[in-house]
Design a binder for this molecule. Structure first.
Ligand code: HDE
Length: 729
C-alpha cells in the first residue's frame, strides 16, 4: 500500500486540466460593477421603479422583472434518488499499468494524472435532508480521461437490493416517505420499506449491509466504494475478462454509533458535507486506492453464485483486490449548483477498454441515467454544462435542442456528406474508436430470471458470520430499531422469518426485542416476484450452504487504525486552565494531523492560570460531543472546578463515553471524570494495556498522556464499552 503522505502544502488546492477548463466559465464579482444579465450597469438594486414614491410598481421595470424571474426559476428538480450529495475535484494516478487486461488509456499509463469529479450522496432523503441517515451512500466518480469521460457510478456497499431494473421504481417508492403523508424523511424505518423487503427475499443480503455500521459512516472520507456490477475489461487484442471495481480509503473504514448518528442529525445535519469540505480546505486531502478484482473469462461459471447477479459480491478470499492506483480529492467546488448539482453521471459513460455485462440491473441503468438528466437538467445538451464536458474535443452531428451552447460551423450536420469533407470522421479501433465487445448471444427472447440468481441467503449469512461481536450487536440493534418503527406486526413477523434463514441467533435476538417468536422451523419465504403465469415452485429461493464461512474484508473491525489524521478532538477548558498541559497535548495531536478545538463555557478566550490567553473555538452551547472523535480535560484547579459544576461539560463526557470514544484527563482533572456516570466503571489503576482496552487515559505527565491518547484515538472506538450500557447520556 502507498504511504499516506500529504501531496501539497495545507490550504493549496491544485489545478488540473479539468479545473483549468472550468475557469473559462468561472466568474468572480470581486471588484466588479453590477450589471443586468444583458450587461447594462445597474444604478439602484434596492428600489423598484414606481409611479411616485408611494405608488404602484411599474411593469416596465426590466431590472426588477429580470431579477424576480431569474429567482422564480432558480430551482431544478432534485434527483429522484441520491438527491442529497457533496462533491469534490481531484486526480487519479495509476500505480501499475493494466495494459495486459484493458486498453483504457488511463489504466495503461502510470505517468498520466486523470482529473476526476466525485459526488457522494445518500439515497433516500431529499436534497436538504440529514447526512447521517441510515442509508446507502452513493460514490460516483467521473474520470475526465483522454479518451472521453468514464463514470464509475458506485455505492459504499458492494451489492444491491434487487436483481432486475424492473423492480427499481418499486424499491424506491417503498423506501421514500410514504405517499399519503410524506413521512418519514430520509429513513427506511417505516412500514412500506419493510413490507417490500419482507416480500423480496433477494434483498436480504443488501439489508444486512444496510443494517450494519456501513450505513452510518464517520466520514465520507472513511468509507469504501464499489462499482457493484461485474464489468468487462477488453485489451488491445480484443480479449475480455471480468472486473469488479473497489475504492479503499487510506484513512480506514469507520462509522459512528446509531444513537450518535441521530444526535448529529440534529446538531449538524451537514456533518459529512462539512467534514469533506473542511478536510480539503485544510489540505488534508482524502485519498482512496482503486482496486480491481479480475476474473478470467474462462472462470465465468466457477463460482457458487452468478457473476451477473448484483446481490452477490466476490469474496476477496476467492479473488484478491489488486490496488492499481490512487485518487486524491484536492479541490472544493467553486459553486455547489454549477458543479455538484449539475454534474450528470451515467453508468453508460465508458471508454474503450471497458464494457458492460448482462447484469440485468446494470442493463436497466444504461437507460435510466440519460433519461433522468433530460428531465432534471432540462434537455439533451446537459453534456455541455461545464462540469460535464470531457477534456477532449467533441464532434458529431447531434444538433440544437434547449440551451445549446456550441456554435457548430458549416453546412453539414449529417454523414456521410460530400459538402463538408465527410467530417467528422469515424475512428478506427486501432486509433481509439470505441467498439463493443462481441459477446456471443444465441437465445430466446424471454421475461425470466436465471435460476443461478436464486440463492438469496448464503452471502447474507457470510456477511453476518464475518462481523465482529460489536458489529453483530449493532446489526441486532439496527434491525430491532427499524422493525420497531414498523406498525404492522405481520411485516415484523415476516422479517423475523427471513432473518431466521440468515442466522438463527440473529432472528432470536431481534424477535425478542420485538416481542415476537422465531418460527419453530425456518420457513422458506415466498418469492413474490413471479410473473402472473409463473409457477411459484419455479421461483422458490434457494438456501445454499456457502463454502466460505467468513470473509475478513466484510468486517470493519480489521480496518486501518494507525492514524488520527483529521480526527476532531475537543479540549474542555475554563478560566484558570493549565496552559502548559493543554498546549502539550494540543501540539502532540496537531503534529499527528489531528484537529483540535477548545470548548469553554463561553466564546472569546479563557485566561489560563499563568495569565496567558487561550482562544475558544466553541462554547458548550454550540458544541456537542457527537461532533468530535475524542475529548481531553487539561489540568488547572479553577478550570476543573468550573467544569465540574458545568452540566454541559459532564454531559459532553458522558456522551463521549457512551459513544465509545477516547477520553483523556490530566491527573488533576480526575475529579471532573468523577462527576460523570461512568466514573464507577473506571479501572482503579491504569497501565498502558488498560488504556488501550478502555480508551481512557489519565496521567500527570502531559507528554506521556498525549502519546497514549493519540494511540487510543487511532483505535477510533472502544465498542466493548457498550456491554456496560448504563450511561444515560
Ligand atoms: Fe442509480 N440512479 N439506479 N444506482 N445511482 C441515479 O441518476 C438507477 C443503482 C447511483 O451523484 C439516478 O442522475 C436505476 C445501483 C449513484 O449524481 C437515476 C437503478 C447503484 C447515483 C438512477 C439504479 C447506483 C445514482 C438519479 C437500478 C450502485 C447518484 C439521479 C436499475 C452501483 C449519482 C441520476 C450522482 C443516481 C437510476 C441502481 C448508484 C434515476 C434505474 C446498483 C451513486 O438515473
Amino acid at each position: 500500500m502507498a504511504k499516506d503522505k500529504p501531496t501539497e502544502k495545507p490550504g493549496i488546492q491544485p489545478e488540473n486540466e479539468k479545473t483549468e477548463a472550468l475557469q473559462l466559465h468561472t466568474t468572480d464579482a470581486n471588484g466588479e460593477l453590477m450589471t443586468t444579465d444583458h450587461g447594462v450597469r445597474i444604478n439602484d438594486d434596492q428600489n423598484s421603479l414606481k409611479a411616485g414614491e408611494r405608488g404602484a410598481t411599474l411593469l416596465e421595470d426590466f431590472i426588477l422583472r429580470e431579477k424576480i424571474t431569474h429567482f422564480d426559476h432558480e430551482r431544478i428538480p432534485e434527483r429522484v434518488v441520491h438527491a442529497r450529495g457533496s462533491g469534490a475535484h481531484g486526480v487519479f494516478k495509476l500505480y501499475k499499468s493494466l495494459d495486459k487486461v484493458t486498453k483504457a488509456a488511463f489504466l495503461n499509463d502510470t505517468e498520466t494524472e486523470t482529473p476526476v469529479f466525485v459526488r457522494f450522496s445518500t439515497v433516500a432523503g431529499s436534497k436538504g435532508s440529514t447526512d447521517l441517515a441510515r442509508d446507502v451512500r452513493g460514490f460516483a466518480v467521473k474520470f475526465y480521461t483522454q479518451q472521453g469521460n468514464f463514470d464509475l457510478v458506485g455505492n459504499n456497499m458492494p451489492i444491491f437490493f434487487i436483481q432486475d431494473a424492473m423492480k427499481f421504481p418499486d424499491l424506491v417508492h417503498a423506501v421514500k416517505p410514504e405517499p399519503d403523508n410524506e413521512m418519514p424523511q430520509a429513513a427506511s424505518a417505516h412500514d412500506t420499506f419493510w413490507d417490500f423487503i419482507s416480500l423480496m427475499p433477494e434483498s436480504t443480503h443488501m439489508v444486512m449491509w444496510l443494517m450494519s455500521d456501513r450505513a452510518i459512516p464517520r466520514s465520507l472520507r472513511m468509507m469504501e466504494g464499489f462499482g457493484v456490477h461485474t464489468f468487462r475489461f477488453i485489451n488491445r487484442n480484443g480479449e475480455a475478462c471480468f472486473v469488479k471495481f473497489h475504492w479503499k480509503p487510506l484513512l480506514g473504514v469507520h462509522s459512528v454509533a446509531w444513537d450518535e448518528a441521530q444526535n448529529i442529525s440534529g446538531k449538524d445535519p451537514d456533518f459529512h458535507r462539512r467534514d469533506l469540505w473542511e478536510a480539503i480546505d485544510s489540505g488534508a486531502f482524502p485519498e482512496w486506492e482503486l482496486g480491481v478484482q479480475i476474473v478470467p473469462e474462462a472462470d465465468e461459471f466457477k463460482f457458487e453464485f452468478d457473476l451477473l447477479d448484483p446481490t452477490k459480491l466476490i469474496p476477496e478470499e476467492l479473488v484478491p483486490v489488486q490496488r492499481i492506483g490512487k485518487m486524491t480529492l484536492n479541490r472544493n467546488p467553486d459553486n455547489f449548483f454549477a458543479e455538484t448539482e449539475q454534474v450528470a453521471f451515467h453508468v453508460g459513460h465508458i471508454v474503450p477498454g471497458i464494457d458492460f455485462t448482462n447484469d440485468p440491473l446494470m442493463q436497466g441503468r444504461l437507460f435510466s441515467y440519460t433519461d433522468t438528466q433530460l428531465i432534471r437538467l432540462g434537455g439533451p445538451n446537459f453534456h455541455e454544462i461545464p462540469i460535464n464536458r470531457p477534456v477532449v474535443p467533441v464532434h458529431n452531428n447531434q444538433r440544437d435542442g434547449f440551451m445549446r451552447q456550441t456554435i457548430n460551423k458549416g453546412k453539414t450536420s449529417y454523414g456521410p456528406n460530400s459538402l463538408g469533407n465527410n467530417a467528422p470522421q469515424q475512428v478506427k479501433a486501432a486509433d481509439g474508436g470505441f467498439t463493443s465487445y462481441q459477446e456471443r448471444i444465441d437465445a430466446k427472447k424471454v421475461r425470466a430470471r436465471s435460476k443461478s440468481f436464486f440463492d438469496h441467503f448464503s452471502q447474507a449469512t457470510l456477511f453476518f458470520n464475518s462481523q465482529s461481536d460489536p458489529e453483530k450487536k449493532h446489526l441486532v440493534d439496527a434491525l430491532s430499531f427499524e422493525l420497531g418503527k414498523v406498525k404492522t406486526v405481520a411485516i415484523r413477523q415476516r422479517m423475523v422469518g427471513i432473518l431466521s434463514l440468515v442466522d438463527e441467533g440473529l432472528a432470536t435476538e431481534v424477535a425478542f426485542a420485538l416481542g415476537l417468536k422465531v418460527p419453530a422451523k425456518p420457513q422458506q419465504p415466498i418469492n413474490h416476484s413471479i410473473p402472473a403465469d409463473g409457477d411459484p415452485g419455479n421461483y422458490q429461493p434457494l438456501k445454499v450452504e456457502g463454502k466460505l464461512n467468513k470473509s475478513a474484508a466484510l468486517s470493519m473491525a480489521g480496518t486501518l487504525k494507525d492514524t488520527i489524521k483529521t480526527r476532531k478532538i475537543a479540549i474542555l477548558a475554563a478560566d484558570g486552565v493549565d496552559a502548559k498541559t493543554l498546549n502539550t497535548v494540543k501540539s502532540a495531536i496537531l503534529a499527528e494531523g489531528g484537529v483540535v478545538q477548545v470548548i469553554a463555557p463561553k466564546l472569546g478566550v479563557v485566561v489560563a492560570a499563568d495569565k496567558s490567553e487561550v482562544a475558544v473555538d466553541e462554547s458548550f452551547l454550540t458544541a456537542a460531543s457527537v461532533l468530535y472523535d475524542a475529548v481531553y480535560v487539561p489540568g488547572g484547579l479553577k478550570s476543573i472546578a468550573t467544569l465540574e459544576a458545568e452540566a454541559n461539560a459532564i454531559h459532553f463526557l458522558n456522551e463521549a463515553f457512551k459513544h465509545c470514544k477516547a477520553i483523556a484527563a490530566d491527573d488533576q482533572a480526575k475529579q471532573v471524570l468523577e462527576s460523570t456516570y461512568f466514573s464507577k466503571k473506571l479501572p482503579k489503576d491504569f497501565s498502558d494495556e488498560t488504556v488501550f482496552k478502555e480508551g481512557i487515559v489519565i496521567g500527570a505527565d502531559a507528554a506521556k498522556l498525549a502519546k497514549q491518547f493519540i494511540k487510543a484515538i487511532a483505535q477510533h472506538r472502544f465498542w466493548d464499552r457498550e456491554k456496560k450500557r448504563q450511561v444515560p447520556a
